[in-house]
Write a protein that binds this ligand. Structure first.
Ligand code: AMP
Length: 407
């Protein structure tokens, strides 16, 4: 049981990223240098938070007790200290329980994971067919978080899940699959590998979940997703979650879902609850000096620092270490266990500073970040909004600082 997740704040169904045009990204890895970076006018990095305490909380129409869940599932929900359903849970659980296809427009932090897991677990408690649920997520970390929640909610129910993600031992994943768990949670790349090797058959899938579908497309997984979906029976139930709705996303929903119910919990833009400002520097030395000064201040309690490349992030983390600021780093050159350790240290407040690339930080549920610092500017405004969305969660306002070159 993931005790830690019980303490995390929950954002009650807000937050959306703007629907801007996207450039395709390289699958699974960082953005290559040659792709360059879009120019973003510095004024876009300056903004006072406009959403504060005044925001009206969502009034759910259900209580958890209203959902026809088994007593064991109800007690697991209570153990996780979930008292009221979030907007996405309130609105998506009933149609999912009815077996309908659902499009959930919701971001991480809205409680979307439980929105799909709870009805799935309820259905599985009545029928424990192996390999009947496949959940696809863009990153290993997100897949891991879904798995942790699955384990917590299905505790004591004799339901099993297997995580199939890259960067982890494939042999072990194969032997876990051979034990025929009910739920497989995977990233598209590794899921494809295992299908191709003939060790994963999707013939028995009854429910297919595509979580953060927009991110999966961004990461270039479109073909894998199509192949995986077409390897599952056509009469399955499909649950499709995305924070944005672009023409490509709409096309996919038409392709994969039948008469779906759409539930949207997109309201305010994340950036409205974050105080944003720029920090000017005219040289690398001045930039580092300013960063160290900021990190030395007491209010920089929990800092997520973004760098552009894997190497840049590692160098930054090493320089901080040399200057006496312990930090942890996550990027594509780190092994899965190193990333997990780093993330855990940050979540558990054992590390005050996490240095990350965009790809490594995508989709992560990182609570209570006081400051997001863009040491390197993001490649697109959309990445910017995603980065700063790591702070200012719940009713808190966060702070985001972006380094710009003094001209
Ligand atoms: P998610 O959007 O699924 O990543 O969830 C974000 C965080 O909110 C996680 O830490 C969840 O455990 C937590 N959470 C989700 N739903 C609820 C709820 N109804 N009550 C309290 N916490 C919740």
């Amino acid at each position: 049981m993931n005790q830690n997740s019980q303490k995390r704040p929950y954002r009650g169904g807000h937050t959306a990223r703007p629907t801007t045009s996207r450039r395709p990204r390289h699958k699974g890895g960082g953005r290559s240098k040659s792709q360059g970076r879009a120019y973003i006018h510095p004024s876009k990095f300056i903004n006072r938070a406009t959403i504060g305490e005044a925001e009206t909380p969502y009034e759910p129409t259900h209580r958890f007790a209203d959902f026809p869940f088994s007593p064991k599932l109800h007690s697991n929900i209570a153990y996780k200290k979930y008292e009221v359903p979030s907007a996405i849970q309130d609105q998506a659980i009933p149609p999912i329980l009815d077996g309908k296809d659902v499009i959930g427009l919701a971001n991480t932090g809205t409680g979307k994971t439980a929105a799909f897991l709870l009805p799935i677990i309820e259905a599985l408690s009545a029928n424990k067919d192996p390999l009947s649920v496949l959940i696809l997520a863009p990153t290993r970390e997100l897949a891991q978080q879904i798995d942790e929640q699955f384990r917590a909610f299905s505790y004591g129910m004799k339901l099993y899940s297997t995580l199939i993600v890259g960067g982890m031992n494939m042999g072990r994943q194969i032997s876990q699959l051979n034990r025929r768990p009910q739920v497989v949670i995977g990233t598209p790349g590794r899921t494809m590998d295992l299908i191709k090797r003939g060790v994963l058959s999707l013939d028995a899938v009854k429910v297919l979940v595509l979580d953060e579908a927009d991110r999966m497309l961004d990461m270039g997984f479109i073909n894998d997703i199509r192949t995986i979906a077409s390897s599952t029976p056509a009469e399955r139930q499909t649950l499709f979650f995305s924070a944005t709705i672009t023409p490509q996303i709409q096309e996919l929903t038409r392709e994969f879902l039948h008469s779906p119910v759409t539930v949207s919990v997109r309201t305010a833009d994340t950036s409205e609850r974050v105080d944003q400002d720029v920090v000017e520097a005219s040289s690398k030395e001045e930039k580092m000096e300013k960063l160290l000064t900021m990190l030395g201040q007491d209010d920089f309690e929990k800092v997520l620092l973004f760098g552009e490349t894997k190497y840049g992030v590692q160098r930054l983390s090493d320089s901080l270490e040399k200057s006496g600021f312990a930090s942890v780093a996550i990027h594509g050159n780190k092994s899965q266990s190193q990333r997990q350790r780093a993330l855990k240290a940050f979540k558990d407040n054992n590390a005050r500073i996490l240095v990350a690339t965009d790809v490594a930080a995508r989709g992560l549920d990182i609570p209570n970040v006081s400051h997001v610092i863009n040491y390197d500017q993001p490649a697109t405004y959309e990445d910017y909004v995603h980065r700063i969305g790591r702070t200012g969660r719940g009713n808190a306002t966060g702070k985001a600082l972006t380094f710009i070159e003094r001209r």
